[in-house]
Ligand binder design. Structure first.
Ligand code: FES
Length: 240
Protein backbone atom coordinates (compact mmCIF):
# COMPACT_ATOMS: atom_id res chain seq x y z
CA UNK A 1 0.00 0.00 0.00
CA UNK A 2 2.78 2.45 0.99
CA UNK A 3 6.14 2.54 2.72
CA UNK A 4 6.38 3.96 6.22
CA UNK A 5 9.28 4.88 8.42
CA UNK A 6 9.02 3.43 11.91
CA UNK A 7 11.31 5.16 14.42
CA UNK A 8 11.70 3.25 17.66
CA UNK A 9 13.30 4.35 20.90
CA UNK A 10 15.88 1.76 21.90
CA UNK A 11 17.36 1.35 25.31
CA UNK A 12 18.84 -1.47 27.32
CA UNK A 13 19.49 -0.46 30.95
CA UNK A 14 21.89 -3.40 31.25
CA UNK A 15 24.21 -1.71 28.76
CA UNK A 16 24.91 1.42 30.76
CA UNK A 17 27.45 2.75 28.28
CA UNK A 18 24.75 2.98 25.58
CA UNK A 19 22.41 5.97 26.04
CA UNK A 20 18.83 5.73 24.65
CA UNK A 21 18.66 6.34 20.90
CA UNK A 22 16.19 6.04 18.02
CA UNK A 23 16.44 3.29 15.42
CA UNK A 24 14.74 3.66 12.06
CA UNK A 25 13.15 0.96 9.89
CA UNK A 26 11.30 1.02 6.55
CA UNK A 27 8.20 -1.17 6.49
CA UNK A 28 5.83 -2.00 3.62
CA UNK A 29 2.47 -1.11 5.05
CA UNK A 30 -0.48 -3.25 4.02
CA UNK A 31 -4.12 -2.34 4.53
CA UNK A 32 -5.20 -2.53 8.18
CA UNK A 33 -1.63 -3.16 9.35
CA UNK A 34 -1.22 -2.17 12.99
CA UNK A 35 1.81 -0.80 14.77
CA UNK A 36 2.09 -4.17 16.51
CA UNK A 37 2.12 -5.95 13.12
CA UNK A 38 4.91 -3.60 12.02
CA UNK A 39 6.94 -4.41 15.15
CA UNK A 40 6.68 -8.12 14.30
CA UNK A 41 7.82 -7.40 10.73
CA UNK A 42 10.82 -5.51 12.13
CA UNK A 43 11.70 -8.42 14.44
CA UNK A 44 11.35 -10.96 11.64
CA UNK A 45 13.04 -9.02 8.85
CA UNK A 46 15.35 -6.43 10.40
CA UNK A 47 16.27 -6.82 14.06
CA UNK A 48 15.36 -9.84 16.22
CA UNK A 49 16.67 -8.09 19.33
CA UNK A 50 13.84 -5.53 19.45
CA UNK A 51 11.83 -5.99 22.67
CA UNK A 52 8.16 -5.21 23.27
CA UNK A 53 5.25 -6.83 25.05
CA UNK A 54 1.96 -8.15 23.70
CA UNK A 55 -0.38 -11.11 24.15
CA UNK A 56 -3.92 -11.07 22.76
CA UNK A 57 -3.51 -8.76 19.71
CA UNK A 58 -7.20 -7.94 20.17
CA UNK A 59 -7.20 -4.91 22.48
CA UNK A 60 -8.19 -7.04 25.45
CA UNK A 61 -5.10 -7.92 27.51
CA UNK A 62 -3.70 -4.40 27.81
CA UNK A 63 -0.05 -5.42 27.45
CA UNK A 64 0.88 -3.60 24.23
CA UNK A 65 0.52 -0.02 25.50
CA UNK A 66 3.19 2.32 24.19
CA UNK A 67 3.74 5.92 23.12
CA UNK A 68 2.88 6.16 19.44
CA UNK A 69 3.44 9.53 17.80
CA UNK A 70 3.54 11.17 21.21
CA UNK A 71 0.35 9.66 22.58
CA UNK A 72 -0.36 6.55 24.66
CA UNK A 73 -2.09 3.91 22.53
CA UNK A 74 -2.46 0.14 22.22
CA UNK A 75 -0.12 -0.97 19.41
CA UNK A 76 -2.51 -3.75 18.38
CA UNK A 77 -5.40 -1.28 17.88
CA UNK A 78 -3.48 1.45 16.07
CA UNK A 79 -3.44 1.26 12.28
CA UNK A 80 -0.40 2.72 10.56
CA UNK A 81 -2.51 4.06 7.69
CA UNK A 82 -4.02 6.50 10.20
CA UNK A 83 -0.60 7.75 11.30
CA UNK A 84 0.95 8.75 7.96
CA UNK A 85 4.33 7.83 6.57
CA UNK A 86 6.31 8.33 9.77
CA UNK A 87 5.51 6.66 13.08
CA UNK A 88 7.53 7.22 16.23
CA UNK A 89 7.24 4.55 18.92
CA UNK A 90 8.52 4.88 22.49
CA UNK A 91 7.87 3.12 25.80
CA UNK A 92 5.16 4.25 28.21
CA UNK A 93 6.04 7.17 30.48
CA UNK A 94 6.21 6.97 34.29
CA UNK A 95 7.51 3.40 34.30
CA UNK A 96 11.10 2.15 34.16
CA UNK A 97 12.21 0.64 30.86
CA UNK A 98 13.13 -3.04 30.99
CA UNK A 99 14.29 -2.98 27.39
CA UNK A 100 13.24 -0.94 24.33
CA UNK A 101 9.42 -0.79 24.46
CA UNK A 102 8.89 -3.16 27.39
CA UNK A 103 8.38 -1.35 30.69
CA UNK A 104 8.21 -2.50 34.29
CA UNK A 105 4.58 -1.90 35.32
CA UNK A 106 5.31 -2.15 39.04
CA UNK A 107 4.57 1.53 39.79
CA UNK A 108 1.15 1.15 38.14
CA UNK A 109 0.18 -2.02 40.01
CA UNK A 110 1.61 -0.73 43.30
CA UNK A 111 -0.87 2.12 43.03
CA UNK A 112 -3.67 -0.50 42.89
CA UNK A 113 -2.42 -2.07 46.11
CA UNK A 114 -2.97 1.27 47.86
CA UNK A 115 -6.73 1.17 47.36
CA UNK A 116 -7.45 -2.42 48.50
CA UNK A 117 -8.59 -3.37 44.97
CA UNK A 118 -10.60 -6.42 45.94
CA UNK A 119 -14.20 -6.87 47.02
CA UNK A 120 -14.71 -7.34 50.77
CA UNK A 121 -18.05 -9.08 51.41
CA UNK A 122 -20.29 -7.30 53.92
CA UNK A 123 -21.55 -10.60 55.25
CA UNK A 124 -20.56 -14.24 55.05
CA UNK A 125 -22.88 -16.07 52.67
CA UNK A 126 -22.82 -19.19 50.53
CA UNK A 127 -24.83 -17.89 47.58
CA UNK A 128 -24.00 -15.04 45.19
CA UNK A 129 -24.75 -11.47 46.32
CA UNK A 130 -26.83 -10.56 43.29
CA UNK A 131 -27.41 -7.06 41.91
CA UNK A 132 -30.85 -7.04 40.32
CA UNK A 133 -30.85 -5.52 36.80
CA UNK A 134 -33.88 -3.44 37.79
CA UNK A 135 -32.08 -1.86 40.78
CA UNK A 136 -30.06 0.63 38.70
CA UNK A 137 -27.02 -0.20 40.85
CA UNK A 138 -25.14 -1.86 38.03
CA UNK A 139 -25.32 1.22 35.77
CA UNK A 140 -23.48 3.28 38.38
CA UNK A 141 -20.31 1.24 37.94
CA UNK A 142 -20.84 -0.06 34.42
CA UNK A 143 -18.65 2.40 32.59
CA UNK A 144 -15.54 1.54 34.65
CA UNK A 145 -15.90 -2.22 34.46
CA UNK A 146 -14.08 -2.61 31.14
CA UNK A 147 -10.66 -1.49 32.44
CA UNK A 148 -7.94 -3.74 30.99
CA UNK A 149 -5.15 -2.33 33.23
CA UNK A 150 -3.09 -1.25 30.23
CA UNK A 151 -1.61 1.68 32.17
CA UNK A 152 -2.26 4.22 29.40
CA UNK A 153 -4.15 6.53 31.78
CA UNK A 154 -1.34 6.25 34.32
CA UNK A 155 1.29 7.21 31.78
CA UNK A 156 -0.78 10.16 30.51
CA UNK A 157 -1.52 11.59 33.97
CA UNK A 158 0.20 14.96 34.47
CA UNK A 159 -0.21 14.75 38.24
CA UNK A 160 2.00 11.65 38.18
CA UNK A 161 4.44 13.56 35.97
CA UNK A 162 4.63 16.22 38.67
CA UNK A 163 4.44 14.11 41.81
CA UNK A 164 5.52 10.62 40.79
CA UNK A 165 4.28 7.51 42.55
CA UNK A 166 3.03 9.56 45.48
CA UNK A 167 -0.27 10.05 43.58
CA UNK A 168 -2.51 6.96 43.29
CA UNK A 169 -3.47 7.60 39.68
CA UNK A 170 -6.56 7.32 37.48
CA UNK A 171 -7.07 3.57 37.00
CA UNK A 172 -6.76 2.64 40.67
CA UNK A 173 -9.02 5.52 41.73
CA UNK A 174 -11.64 4.38 39.21
CA UNK A 175 -11.44 0.89 40.62
CA UNK A 176 -11.81 2.27 44.15
CA UNK A 177 -14.95 4.14 43.09
CA UNK A 178 -16.50 0.97 41.70
CA UNK A 179 -16.00 -0.83 45.00
CA UNK A 180 -17.12 2.13 47.12
CA UNK A 181 -20.27 2.49 45.00
CA UNK A 182 -21.08 -1.18 45.52
CA UNK A 183 -23.47 -1.48 48.46
CA UNK A 184 -22.43 -5.10 49.00
CA UNK A 185 -18.87 -4.05 49.81
CA UNK A 186 -18.01 -4.20 53.50
CA UNK A 187 -14.94 -1.94 53.30
CA UNK A 188 -16.48 1.20 51.78
CA UNK A 189 -15.63 3.41 54.74
CA UNK A 190 -12.03 2.23 54.94
CA UNK A 191 -11.59 2.45 51.19
CA UNK A 192 -12.96 5.98 50.99
CA UNK A 193 -10.43 6.94 53.68
CA UNK A 194 -7.66 5.49 51.50
CA UNK A 195 -8.55 7.57 48.44
CA UNK A 196 -9.79 10.84 49.95
CA UNK A 197 -6.44 12.46 50.62
CA UNK A 198 -4.24 14.64 48.46
CA UNK A 199 -2.54 11.50 47.13
CA UNK A 200 -5.98 10.28 45.99
CA UNK A 201 -9.08 11.92 44.53
CA UNK A 202 -8.28 15.42 45.82
CA UNK A 203 -4.89 15.29 44.11
CA UNK A 204 -6.57 15.20 40.67
CA UNK A 205 -6.07 18.46 38.78
CA UNK A 206 -8.69 17.56 36.17
CA UNK A 207 -6.20 17.67 33.28
CA UNK A 208 -8.13 14.95 31.43
CA UNK A 209 -5.23 13.09 29.78
CA UNK A 210 -6.64 9.83 31.16
CA UNK A 211 -9.97 10.36 29.39
CA UNK A 212 -8.23 11.14 26.12
CA UNK A 213 -6.16 7.96 25.95
CA UNK A 214 -8.34 5.23 27.47
CA UNK A 215 -8.80 2.57 24.74
CA UNK A 216 -12.04 1.44 26.38
CA UNK A 217 -13.67 4.87 26.51
CA UNK A 218 -13.57 4.98 30.32
CA UNK A 219 -13.45 8.46 31.88
CA UNK A 220 -11.36 8.12 35.07
CA UNK A 221 -11.23 11.90 35.54
CA UNK A 222 -15.03 12.02 35.76
CA UNK A 223 -15.11 9.08 38.18
CA UNK A 224 -12.52 10.78 40.40
CA UNK A 225 -14.82 13.79 40.75
CA UNK A 226 -17.53 11.38 41.93
CA UNK A 227 -15.12 10.16 44.62
CA UNK A 228 -14.63 13.76 45.75
CA UNK A 229 -18.41 14.15 45.90
CA UNK A 230 -18.71 11.03 48.06
CA UNK A 231 -16.11 12.32 50.48
CA UNK A 232 -17.84 15.73 50.73
CA UNK A 233 -21.22 14.09 51.28
CA UNK A 234 -19.77 11.90 54.00
CA UNK A 235 -18.16 14.97 55.61
CA UNK A 236 -21.55 16.74 55.62
CA UNK A 237 -23.27 13.70 57.08
CA UNK A 238 -25.28 13.02 53.92
CA UNK A 239 -25.95 9.64 52.29
CA UNK A 240 -23.03 8.64 50.13
S1 FES B 1 -1.90 -7.26 22.58
FE1 FES B 1 -3.51 -7.38 24.05
S2 FES B 1 -4.23 -5.33 24.10
FE2 FES B 1 -2.78 -5.30 22.51
Amino acid sequence: MFQATIRIRRYNPEQEEQAPYYDQFMVDVKKNMTVLDALFVIVEEHDPTLSFRCACRLGMCGTCGMMINGRGRLACRTKIEHLGTETVVAPLRHMPVIKDLAVDMDPFFKSWQKIMPYFVPKEERNDFAIILPSSGRREIIDENQDCITCGLCYQSCDVITMRGEDYIGPAALSRAYNLIADERDGAREERLNLVSGDDGAFGCHVFGGCVEVCPKGIKPMVTIQKLKEKQIRRFLGLKW
